[in-house]
Design a protein around this ligand. Structure first.
Ligand SMILES: Cc1cc2nc3c(=O)[nH]c(=O)nc-3n(C[C@H](O)[C@H](O)[C@H](O)COP(=O)(O)O)c2cc1C
Length: 214
């Protein structure tokens, strides 16, 4: 079983990467092969809107990193996407990536049935995490992935994915910041719960496939 995480941050290895690593840690603990891709490491050209993907499951741009990313997405059983919040939205690099996945969706839904999950990280307390989270979840659903909830026993019926904030407190004149997203205890717990939920569903899928083969 394989899980691929994609970090949309323009900063490799920072807050969003740390949150994705928590989800992957839970999966790796259960024997899943895990990989974290940083979009800041990738060369991704703009979608040219040539519409070749309306007729064929292929993209007309072949000389950047997206063919490699596409192969990894097709080989994965679960795809987890993380984005920092930029103006209540995903980052521009991640949006480039999202647009360039259209060939896996239009003529055929090649990712259909895989597990998907999303997480976000913002500076402010009400910084646009929920909107960004919904944009990512909608993207995954558009590709036919089953979005896995991070339902958390400590957070009631709250069922969106992990949404971290770097805001710590306001003392009346100044904002105090956390030193990083890993200080957001609820986000950390929710990442771990998400990883455990993904692991359980991957195992259930594998058991069903084995039973069907027998
Ligand atoms: C261009 C830009 C726009 C941002 N917009 C928002 C925003 O709308 N709301 C917010 O709370 N934080 C915003 N931030 C702060 C980032 O969401 C925050 O620093 C994030 O945790 C960075 O994640 P990273 O450490 O993984 O790069 C913005 C940062 C940048 C660079």
């Amino acid at each position: 079983m394989k899980a691929l995480a994609i970090n949309g941050s323009h900063r490799k290895g920072k807050n969003t990467a740390a949150l994705l690593a928590l989800v992957l840690e839970e999966l790796a603990r259960g024997g899943v092969d895990t990989e974290l891709l940083e979009v800041s490491d990738l060369h991704i050209d703009f979608c040219r809107s040539c519409n070749r993907c309306l007729r064929k499951t292929e993209c007309s741009i072949r000389d950047d990193d997206m063919p490699m990313v596409g192969r990894k997405m097709l080989a994965a059983d679960a795809i987890i996407i993380g984005s920092p919040v930029y103006f209540s939205n995903v980052t521009s690099r991640l949006k480039l990536f999202m647009d360039r996945t259209r060939w896996m969706h239009m003529a055929e839904n090649l990712l259909d049935g895989k597990l998907g999950a999303a997480l976000t990280c913002a500076g402010l307390r009400n910084g646009g995490q929920e909107i960004t989270q919904l944009i990512l979840e909608r993207f995954l659903q558009g590709h036919g992935l089953r979005v896995v909830e991070a339902r958390n026993p400590h957070a009631g019926v709250f069922n969106l994915g992990p949404m971290a904030t770097l805001f710590e407190a306001f003392d009346g004149s100044a904002i105090h910041w956390k030193t990083g997203a890993l200080q957001d205890a609820l986000a950390v717990q929710t990442c771990r719960t998400l990883g455990q939920n993904l692991l359980r569903l991957l195992r259930e899928g594998q058991a069903r496939a084995t039973a069907a083969d027998a």
